[in-house]
Design a protein around this ligand. Structure first.
Ligand code: ZN
Length: 104
């Protein structure tokens, strides 16, 4: 028996999220006005998500991960940061960061 269905198993899409096109975390956070200072993997910066007076935000320059010790805002990469800071959905943030290919 032959199935007349078209190839439904083919989920390849001509567009989508390209993680490798996300900006470099160090460059991105610099552009966002964050001054990440300190040694070690986790740097410190003044948190943009609450009215911060001292560096409460911890961020990584390798993965882009961040977490605020005061307001609890956290995420795993610069995309998550962009979504939270500008209230964007995943795709909107990916497009804004140049990490979305094709489609609309
Ligand atoms: Zn905070």
């Amino acid at each position: 028996m032959r199935h007349a269905n078209p190839a439904r198993g083919n989920t390849r899409k001509p567009f989508g999220f390209k993680r490798n096109r996300l900006p470099d975390p160090a460059e991105y956070y610099h552009q966002q006005g964050l001054k990440l200072t300190g040694g070690g993997e986790w740097k410190s910066a003044v948190c943009p998500f609450h009215d911060d007076t001292k560096p409460s935000l911890r961020g990584r320059l390798d993965t882009g991960g961040f977490r605020c010790m005061v307001c609890g805002t956290y995420g795993g990469d610069v995309l998550a940061f962009h979504m939270k800071r500008y209230g964007l959905r995943f795709i909107e943030a990916a497009k804004a960061l140049g990490a979305w290919e094709g489609g609309r």
